[in-house]
Write a protein that binds this ligand. Sequence first.
Ligand SMILES: *Cc1c(COP(=O)(O)O)cnc(C)c1O
Length: 471
Amino acid sequence: MDEHREPDGLRALPAVERLLREEPLRSAARERPRALAVDAARGVLERCRADVRAGDGAVPDVAELAVRAARDLEARTRRRLVPVINATGVVIHTNLGRAPLPADAVDAVEAVAGGYSNLEYDVAAGARGSRQAHVERLVCDLTGAGAAIAVNNNAAAVLLAVSALAAGREVIVSRGQLVEIGGSFRIPDILATSAARLVEVGTTNRTRIEDYERAIGADTAALMRVHPSNFRAVGFTAEAGLPALCDLAARRGLAVIDDIGSGVLAHGPGAAAGVLASEPAAAASIAAGASVVCFSADKLLGGPQAGIAAGTAAAIEAMRAHPLARAVRIDKLSLAALEATLRLHLDPARATAEVPVLQMLVADERDLLAAAVRLHDDIAAAAPPGTTVRVVRATARPGGGSLPLVELEGPALAVTSPAGPDALAARLRRGDPAIVTRVQDGAVLLDPRTIADVELEFVVRGVCAALRALA
Ligand SMILES: *Cc1c(COP(=O)(O)O)cnc(C)c1O
């Protein structure tokens, strides 16, 4: 840039070294890496130059520049991944980290996180062991499968299953099941990535077992069923059931890969059974004869991010031996949480009482009302004039692509501010901890179903502070 054409003010900008000596940047820089502080100072000066050249404002003084650079520097070294309060009523909220872990799972993670563990070491034998040993037996006991493997997530489990059982060959899928789950998980893309060839059969709304039968050729390796997790086709619809698919596959010597998505282990007794009844269960797939059933660990199972594949010894061994298995393997922290969560599921009553996702799905109306009333009373007592606080009826949802038709009725708190619901919701999101809410009918809705008891006082404090700031 030609010096003579520079706007006058730019010559008044301080040098980087001068800016670094100015408070509050000087103090902020003292406890942080020097390179970051220099970079923050440079960045602020550069943005300032660009603004002035664009005719966008005057040159700030050095004190103002130091404030901006200190703010940047602090933001760059602050912890970013932090807890938030989910007041949305969406139980499995993918953007908010899906399932909160059971206390047992948190303990298990803490026990192995800071030190060494027997992750892949057989302590009794003094020899190398398998990380899968910690969960395989539990998955088999819970689903009736002969073998199992845990991987990074369910997308990885499906990719690994198709790769190990059908790469270079054909997989037959119903057109009604070529779904997108969200976050770019699309069944046709997964098959393309695995180098298996997708053979579509049937129509969007109706597919019969004869459609599969006609499509089977010399190159067919597997029949695949995909649970259309996040939507339901209603009306004139039909799919060949899994038992029919397994029967056909057995007669023709093919594998059956079943992606059930959400990870209900079994439909048995237990308080949560009613809510979960409309999701397919892994145990039912195994009983029907699926070679592999794949599901998520952080949806209705209520555990850490992980994917589980359970099935026949031969199918699981093929997956274990595939090179992709290493690329998608589960890490030790997730494995610790998964083992603890699965152990809780051995006793369905205990799982319902101790797995937060299940607790929230079956939450008692009286407990929800007590929490809503407590929020109401504490917030109403401190709310500035012009605010309204009411207990209303609201609908929470399972979320995470699970149980799309299930609506969880219950009490919730509706709060209005003269500043309007969007301003209030934005203010709550900027709090510490951030409170994420839903806006409905001109009010901010706080759903106690997804707010833990220990979080209630933070919600009261956060809402009162936000209302006062906006008054
Ligand atoms: C959620 C889902 C997946 C992806 O599972 P992740 O654990 O998120 O990777 C795959 N298939 C179906 C049917 C699902 O519902």
